[in-house]
Write a protein that binds this ligand. Sequence first.
Ligand code: ADP
Ligand code: MG
Length: 315
Amino acid sequence: MNGKKVVIALGGNAILQPGQKGTFESQLENIKITAKQLVSLVERGYQLLITHGNGPQVGQILLQQKAAEKDGIPPMPLHACGSFTQGLLGYMIQQCLYNEIKKIGIKKPVVTVVTQVLVSKDDPAFKNPTKPIGPFYSEAHARKAMEEFGEIWKEDSGRGWRRVVASPEPKSIIEIEAIKTLLSQGAIVIASGGGGIPVVLDDNGQLIGVNAVIDKDLAAERMAEEIDADIFVILTDVPYVAINYKKPNQKNLTNITLTEIKKYFEEGHFKEGSMGPKVKAVMRFVENKKKTAVITSLDNALQAVEGTFGTVVSP
Ligand code: ADP
Ligand code: MG
């Protein structure tokens, strides 16, 4: 048993593939495949702290809230919908991991922690919401939502109107001590799903949920620092981070130092909203902890953790 602590951030494709409708069954099928990958790590004695995105799921739940409103069922706010997705996806990941580790004769508790993540009330992101959520609507629908609920909606390049929310910086993980305790007891832990439920401190020092979406890779990085992870791995749908991405002179990055990738980051090679936050998260971890972080695709999970495949960023 090597006992190394690994934080793994699972991208959207680990749960829902492009073009799939998002039924419970299709999501569970994808998660089964993901669980098999993760179990190969458990088998080798790695201690896992797992997190996941929730974009499509929270979008679906928001729509369900709206649809049920006409039947007199009060819609839940966005932060509450985020908590629904932590439960839903946590349940599916827990079940699949439980089943997979049982097959290979390992007995380990698998547990999901509903996780709140503290953000600053004064985060500039609140003054400039940029993160679109849910589907496109008509201008009339958008104007009504802005007036009635004080939501912010923006027109998206001629395609229609979408609600936008703030994406503030994760400051700290409220449940981190519980997460650490569970890990130290040998549990496989799933936490901070969807970037965590964003909360702020009110004037009386009390936690209160806010309608925002925290980037899951940045929240994962906070956890990786706080649990003092040995390695931080972001699993997405591309095997490597590239420079000149999708251009004839595209070059995949394999082993790279912090200084080199920082330079590429500043030159704007990594798209905001997709690869940008992943590279940012990885740079933070390597810089602050002087340890390695990896970005690669899901099917290379084991090699990634061993630092032998993917974009491996070292101090
Ligand atoms: P996830 O759901 O895993 O968070 P995202 O879709 O947010 O994944 O980000 C991964 C995507 O980032 C890739 O599918 C790729 O299309 C895109 N991408 C943007 N810039 C780059 C880059 N420089 N190198 C590699 N992929 C990039
Ligand atoms: Mg995605």
